[in-house]
Design a protein around this ligand. Sequence first.
Ligand SMILES: C[S@@+](CC[C@H](N)C(=O)[O-])C[C@H]1O[C@@H](n2cnc3c(N)ncnc32)[C@H](O)[C@@H]1O
Length: 258
Amino acid sequence: MKAAGPKQDQHTHMLEIPEVTLAPGACDSDLLIAEHFLLKVATTPLPETWQLLRHGGRMTLQAPADAGGYQLELNLTEGPMARRVRTARRTDSLPRAIGMHRRRVERIIDATAGLGRDAMVLSALGCAVTAIERVPALCFLLQVAVEESAANIDVVRGDAVEWLRAHAEGPDPAAVVYLDPMFSDPKKAQVKKEMQACRALAGPPTDTSALLAAARAAARDRVVVKRHPQHPPLADDVSFEVRGDRVRFDVYLTSGAS
Ligand SMILES: C[S@@+](CC[C@H](N)C(=O)[O-])C[C@H]1O[C@@H](n2cnc3c(N)ncnc32)[C@H](O)[C@@H]1O
């Protein structure tokens, strides 16, 4: 995990992301992670706010009482996410879009990590993943899951556009930058609670043109963008696309691509 500076705190404040506190009852490693990502630790339960709390030994994110008080957890040892990680294949649509069915891809930047579900799959398939996320509470949940599962994921709290720009000229660029900046259709009745929570916490939509431009400048071989199958690409010059069950991956080859 990488430290965030005061600049990122200011940025988070500017984005008006709702505050999430770590509830009493957290273990020592939770407290260290909270300190690292600059999350506040509450001394009494605050059911009217978003909270991170240990529930039956598992770390959960709890919505405020007036939003239903629902809980979600990032469980990588059992349940659907664990199954997805366990059964991932290099020929699945995301790894194929990344090029993993043809060659070994050492390092990927997942610039919009969210709950890190895609990052977990890529790590399980052998990539080192740098996962950038601007919402501190999501960084926290992901870091807890990374430590529980020993996944090869470095969680970085911050704005991806700034991070990618700062790393564009580095000596050892990542082969691939992966972007999944969008949420599923908010009008859909059955938007999953993971997405409801991410949407509530993520603040305003990101500037996808700036994100794509920064990703293209930073990636050695390609940028892969997850899109809804009915939505247009972020830019006209897609090199090729890979269709999955419910999503499309647009691939932009960059000048270093072989
Ligand atoms: C649709 S979610 C990603 C879901 C993720 N692929 C997964 O598998 O869980 C998009 C995430 O990108 C983050 N995000 C959007 N723009 C960002 C930016 N400029 N910098 C960092 N994170 C960003 C949002 O906070 C949100 O958590």
